[in-house]
Design a binder for this molecule. Structure first.
Ligand code: NAP
Length: 404
């Protein structure tokens, strides 16, 4: 455990069931930093205090020695730059080196299933779990269709169980992000922030990340009324009107979760048919708090950082008509893009950035892939887990062939 200066005062404002709050607390705990948690779930006083100190309506919010650091992403960014250690009074460590037979990149259902199988086969895998360990499922609510859970399971809990199962068989975890990779020589060379790893074999299971519409106001007002995570931020929209963009399962899941807090949820979709599964559509159509706005795109988001979102400009793409819709929150749920940037030019990717694979094999021998990073069709937790299992079995065979 690093040596942390105990004089440093850290305050973190949190909310019950807020995934990014857990990630922020975990990062601070990993650093050995103690902190005061101010949970605003049942305290209007604390909510008011946080809002006055930060002007933000997204959680968590972190203060180090009275200095406002921001949310989890800001804390993470500081850590990546090495500045968090300085703020916490941790003395710099020299660059680390690791050697492994099998490196698994990613810690969603695909990476963790690979880790369970590989660890059970005594391959002692190292899992590069990234800066959001657990992946996309850590920002969802209930997963109802993962086999084995009659009454459903919360996404973060499922990931926690899988990680513990992999650890039980000896998988090691490094909660850092892949920053560079060299596949021109063997063993492969991977850089993860301050750590250099050499690996005989790699499984890429780095998943996909939320997409944005691309409006300047969207980034500007992120955390001030614009969000990509209803489970994190819905609480702030009690008694308000909000808009959700998208027509897939994610958009409907966000919309339904938001109806627990908001007065009205506008579901803005660019077509007149939803992409979401029938069961989700049936639930959403029955929910009287959801109003569907068909064939429409958001053209602009009006508001400012002080007062948040005031309204959105909506364009009907069939008629061209423009209208202004009053709402105080905008939740973007328009799908994901694969996390493959470090692999561009190193292994074959398709036009959308997905890894081109044959089974689990990539274009480079000894590098396998699993989950959403190579699948733009099924994209389910269970299909990701299944392909993670396949990749581990293929990696095991490959490593055996090296020993021959
Ligand atoms: P998705 O299925 O790709 O849906 C994305 C939606 O956003 C589509 O309706 C798309 O419209 C719309 N969209 C894309 N780009 C847009 C843009 N620039 N502007 C406006 N709208 C845009 O993504 P997802 O909903 O995140 O789901 C991903 C996968 O996870 C799916 O396989 C889904 O089944 C799964 N999932 C499952 C659950 C569950 O079972 N509980 C929950 C969440 C997600 P078009 O329809 O016109 O293309």
């Amino acid at each position: 455990m690093p040596d942390v200066n105990r004089e440093i005062k850290i305050v973190i404002y949190t909310l019950n069931d807020c995934p990014y709050c857990t990630l922020a607390k975990d990062l601070l705990k990993k650093k050995g930093a103690s902190f005061e948690e101010r949970n605003i779930s049942d305290s209007e006083e604390l909510e008011k205090e946080m809002s006055e100190r930060t002007g933000k309506n997204t959680l968590p919010q972190i203060f180090i020695d009275e200095k406002h650091v921001g949310g989890f992403d800001d804390l993470n960014a500081l850590d990546k730059k090495g500045e968090l250690d300085r703020l916490l009074g941790i003395k710099g460590e020299k660059q680390l080196e690791k050697r492994t037979r099998l490196l698994i990149i990613g810690s969603g259902p695909a990476g963790l299933t690979s880790a369970i199988y590989a660890a059970r086969a005594d391959l002692e895998p190292l899992v590069l779990s990234g800066r959001q360990p657990g992946g996309q499922l850590t920002t969802t609510t209930e997963v109802e269709n993962y086999p084995g859970f009659v009454g459903g399971v919360m996404g973060p809990e499922l990931m926690d169980i899988m990680r513990k199962q992999a650890e039980r068989f000896g998988a090691a975890f490094l909660d850092k992000e892949l920053t560079d990779v060299d596949v021109t020589e063997r063993p492969f060379k991977v850089t993860a922030e301050d750590t250099k790893i050499s690996a005989d074999c790699i499984i890429i299971a780095s998943g996909a990340s939320a997409q944005f519409i691309g409006l300047p106001a969207e980034k500007e007002l992120l955390g001030h009324g614009v969000s990509t995570c209803a489970t994190c931020d819905a609480f702030f929209f009690r008694g308000r009107d909000v808009a959700v963009v998208g027509g897939g399962d994610s958009a409907l899941e966000e919309a339904m979760f938001l109806t627990k807090f908001a007065t009205r949820v506008y579901l803005i979709h660019r077509r007149d048919k939803l992409r979401a599964s029938k069961i989700m559509q049936d639930k959403a159509f029955k929910n009287e708090k959801i109003t569907f706005v068909w064939d429409s795109l958001i053209e602009d988001i009006m508001g400012n950082k002080t007062d948040g979102v005031k309204s959105i400009k909506v364009k009907n793409i069939k008629s061209g008509a423009l209208s202004e819709l009053s709402c105080q929150g905008v939740f973007v749920a328009i799908g994901h893009k694969p996390n493959t940037a470090p692999w561009a030019g190193k292994i074959e990717l398709d036009k959308a950035g997905y890894i081109v694979s044959s089974g689990t094999k990539t274009s480079v021998e000894g590098i396998f892939c699993a989950g959403d990073v190579q699948d733009h069709v099924y994209r389910q937790a269970i299909t990701a887990a299944g392909s993670g299992c396949m990749a581990a079995l293929d990696a095991e065979k490959y490593l055996e062939s090296l020993a021959d």
